[in-house]
Design a binder for this molecule. Structure first.
Ligand SMILES: [Zn+2]
Length: 333
């Protein structure tokens, strides 16, 4: 602690009292039972920009204007059907639950209008004491397994990730309030109070395990595969990755589905055919703007050969690779 701050603590009893209260707060565990970057992904952080723009707590683009929680997503509604647990970030008393709304992805203005007043969808609010509350939104209908007034332990299952309320993709929206004020759990600071102040996760409310899980890039390759024709990208969020095509057809394509790309990012694709030769290698144009989710394909108009292909994609930002994925895919005749 810098000496100047120490002195302030000694001189102002109010400050030292506040510090003591903060220390009594529980640390928050990851509110999901899935592997970040593998089976679930950070799609949005709270918006720390106080103005009309948006900035995540690390001054990146993984936020939108006014967003007040952390969105942890699964890839698709097919993953929702498998059941991914939402868990209590800390022990406390359940303050409220809702569990009857359908899991329907809200598209456009009409979709948002349909869930007006119930934007959170199926959710749980937990009172952790000391004025600290956590809320979990968009849970799967019928999955909420706790009742109002019930005591829950840290890590106890509350329900499952879904798409109820105002959800354009399947996720849990996790939000934190302290004394009624909306708090970014990554920095421990009020939402909208500015990004990137201090080291990443300085002042965080998260525990060590959660910080470790959330420290990776929010730019993730959600999907990568081979195709014989352009992929129906609208279907990815519903069904997940399309099946591997059979050999033949008119084209041999690699496709990718990526979260949180930034303006200026480029995608570098590579395809190695079953004979070990580089079949395609190339990069697209720099992105003209930020993209919360983005999909693209590349390749050649040649029939798809049977055998074991290797495909890869890398996101290049300011000349440096920030995320990549490589897959080996067996194509049958
Ligand atoms: Zn959200």
């Amino acid at each position: 602690m810098p000496r100047r701050h120490l002195l302030a603590c000694v001189l102002a009893s109010g400050l030292s009292l506040a510090a003591a209260t903060a220390h009594a707060e529980p640390r928050l565990a990851l509110p999901v039972a899935c592997a970040i970057g593998d089976t679930c992904f950070v799609q949005q952080w709270p918006d720390m920009d106080g103005g009309p723009g948006a900035a995540d707590p690390f001054c990146g683009s993984a936020a939108y204007d006014g967003h007040d929680g952390l969105d942890i997503r699964v890839r698709s509604m097919a993953d929702v059907a498998k059941g991914v647990a939402v868990v209590a970030a800390a022990a406390g008393t359940v303050k409220g639950v809702r569990d009857a709304l359908p899991d329907k992805l809200a598209a456009g203005a009409a979709g948002r209008e349909a869930v007006r007043g119930v934007e959170c969808g199926n959710g749980v609010v937990i009172d952790h004491g000391e004025g600290l509350e956590t809320q979990y939104c968009h849970m799967r209908r019928g999955s909420v397994s706790v009742k109002s007034g019930e005591w829950v332990e840290a890590g106890q299952k509350l329900g499952e990730i879904g798409a109820s309320g105002a959800a354009e993709f399947p996720h849990v929206h996790f939000s934190v309030r302290r004394g009624g004020e909306k708090i970014d759990p990554a920095s421990g600071r009020a939402i909208g109070s500015g990004c990137g102040r201090g080291a990443p996760f300085a002042g965080t409310l998260f525990d060590e395990g959660a910080v470790k899980a959330l420290s990776g890039s929010s730019t993730s390759v959600l999907g990568l595969g081979l195709a014989g024709a352009p992929v129906d990208y609208g279907a990815l969020v519903i069904k997940g990755a399309p099946p591997v095509p059979h050999a033949g057809g008119d084209a041999s394509l690699v496709w990718a589905w990526i979260s949180n790309l930034r303006k200026g990012d480029t995608l570098a694709f590579r395809m190695v055919s079953p004979d070990g030769q580089t079949f395609f290698e190339g990069s697209g144009e720099p992105l003209p703007g930020n993209q919360a989710v983005y999909s693209a394909f590349a390749g050649r108009k040649r029939p798809l050969l049977p055998g074991r292909w290797t495909v890869s994609v890398e996101v290049i930002r300011d000349g440096v690779g920030v995320s990549s994925k490589r897959s080996e895919i067996e194509v049958t005749g």
